[in-house]
Design a binder for this molecule. Sequence first.
Ligand SMILES: O=P(O)(O)OC[C@H]1O[C@H](O)[C@H](O)[C@@H](O)[C@@H]1O
Length: 476
Amino acid sequence: MQQIKFGTDGWRGLIAADFTFERLALVAAAAAQVLKDSYGQDTGSNTIIVGYDRRFMAEDFATKTAQVVQAAGFDVLLSTSYAPTPAFSWAAKQENALGAFVLTASHNPGGYLGFKVKGAFGGSVPEEITQQIEAKLAQPSVTAQTPGKIQTYEPWQSYCAGLRAKVNLDSIKELISQGKLTVYADVMHGAAAGGLEKILGMPIEELNTSRDPLFGGGAPEPLPRYLSQLFRSIRSHRRQPGAGLAVGLVFDGDSDRVAAVDGEGNFLSSQILIPILIEHLAERHHFTGEIVKTVSGSELIPRVAQLYGLPVYETPIGYKYIADRMLSAQVLLGGEESGGIGYGTHIPERDALLSALYVLEAIAQSQMDLSQLYRRLQDRTGYNAAYDRIDLHLSGMDVRSRLLEQLETQPITEIDGNSVIDCQTTDGYKFRLANDSWLLIRFSGTEPVLRLYCEAPTIKQVHQTLNWAKDWANSV
Ligand SMILES: O=P(O)(O)OC[C@H]1O[C@H](O)[C@H](O)[C@@H](O)[C@@H]1O
């Protein structure tokens, strides 16, 4: 059995092996107490929201959580259905609660469940708080003399109303109802199911809608290898005579990560969506504020920010760092490579449905396909680059130590024949190369993998550099 440890966002574990009712009870009781100590004074609240996604027995684990939290003397608002994680972060803030516990393992495969802790401010709690929770696990749980109350909570209504208020839905709905735009939403069997239709109030083409706790044998992660049905749908749309614009929007298992497929059938990760969204929000909404990116974010992000005179702030990888910045500075948008994008107009939290709505608004108001919007940005900035990432599975912690030692003691000065001109160590090792490219070598904080990220002028160069890095890692 693995030790209970909070990773980049929450505690995750294999159902029945690590993630059991018994261990969940310990974590929930400790986390409730820590939320009270951290946010009790400011909120004057004694309430915790408990939400869940569509994973195997997620609602049962949520009910167990609610019972434990109630027994510890807290009032609970227990969700009446699955909903996106950001809906529960939103609820924590709207209901002036101490925070929210969300039973979700996000984009991980079906064998996993997890416990995310959101604070009263409406986002993931910082590391100090998860460390306090871990420290409390060793102490015996307190049972209050007077248990709290459990009430039910409908999570969609307030959340959808909040999102509707942020976008011009009419322009989107008009285009859809005139047959000029077809919207495909791949909800990957996850918690975004039904979301866009609820917000738009009209049918769209939703894929992988059914609840499938095994996620079709894959994982609910917005990566091209899991999106074959979406690619097929867009291809067959293109073959229809007089087909209008089309877009595929992709949501991970708990709807905090987003990706898209353009009308030409190209996959657009958040590396491309973030620049498109910055342009849209700065150009058409006239929003200002800082752009927050992580070290793995595309170089196109600062180039587009520069077009609008927007300052850029860079953090290590993990949305918690972006959320922290959103709490202390005026941020327009904070986004990361893995698909999480959040907005200063909303909560300090990634929100895939809001991102999808802004993408739809950009298409509706420009009447352009995402591929055209991307190409135009490349022209405007003069920056054309390709990007990819590979994850290498590590056989054990000793491999990790060996690689780290190698990186520290034998600095890399040349990569596949290109000299290294700079090495940044904010998070992992980021090498800038003489041929206008960069390679980031970094250990994941959530899985036993070494991540290799690369951006270079052509996809061929990207793959050459990644192959070099793979060989380097395998040779150590
Ligand atoms: O690369 P990793 O350390 O595995 O992190 C990958 C991702 O994990 C979680 O989903 C975090 O909430 C994200 O902020 C982070 O980007």
